[in-house]
Design a protein around this ligand. Sequence first.
Ligand code: ADP
Length: 262
Amino acid sequence: SEEQLRQSQKMEAVGQLTGGIAHDFNNNLAVIIGGLSLLQRRLKRGETHDLERLIVGATEGAQRAATLTQRLLAFSRQQPLSPEPVDGNRMVAGMNDLLVRSLGEHIRIETVLAAGLWKTRADVSQLENAILNLAVNARDAMPDGGRLTIETANAHVDDAYAGEHDIGAGQYVLIAVTDTGTGMTPDVIARAFDPFFTTKVVGKGTGLGLSQVFGFVRQTGGHIKIYSEPGQGTTVKIYLRRFYGEDAPPTIAVAEPQVPRG
Ligand code: ADP
């Protein structure tokens, strides 16, 4: 079933995540243990040279290990979710100041907001966070400046698209984030959603941005897709389920009760 598929994908992501963490964590433990046992040996022999260097090395290893577990905690933390009806246009417009501040002056920001956009239902802060993640990735792909476009649209997912992708046919709110940056090779696209996959230098990328966005979108029953080519920029499309809410047309026409007059 769809739920089982979702669950197995989640477990796969968690597996990759914990596998990656465990690997890096172990490397740092090896540095700490190696340094401390060397320190112990030197102290036993009464050798006092380089002791401080060994202590500093072990401390740095411990700090890196602590950073890793913090990341794992941040990733897995159960944030309280409060899904509510969301007007995507209002949300995007409301993010303008944040985006200007986060992207810098060398990047032009454009929004193309569809009239009569349907509503979706999501946790607003998570959705904003997802858009911000995509925008920051776009910024990183445009070191020499460029244009970021956020577009909204009503989208009908037909059976053909649904059959080829991990999404049900129906009506969705589309939010597309496009940049004029470096673009991605098919190889990078294939791995982009993997936790800890990053092509950025150490300290700049965590490789968790897109996997977080993926997790959020999937959890709302939506769909995410990357369109990109090296040198051609990137578009990331997020499909969020339409929320009918109170505007929902009645599915069954109820006849007016016939009151006998007499
Ligand atoms: P991070 O940004 O920390 O590297 P992400 O999971 O957000 O982690 O992204 C994974 C990788 O996908 C990035 O390192 C980069 O190679 C690629 N990527 C993501 N977004 C873009 C983009 N807009 N343009 C080019 N490459 C991108």
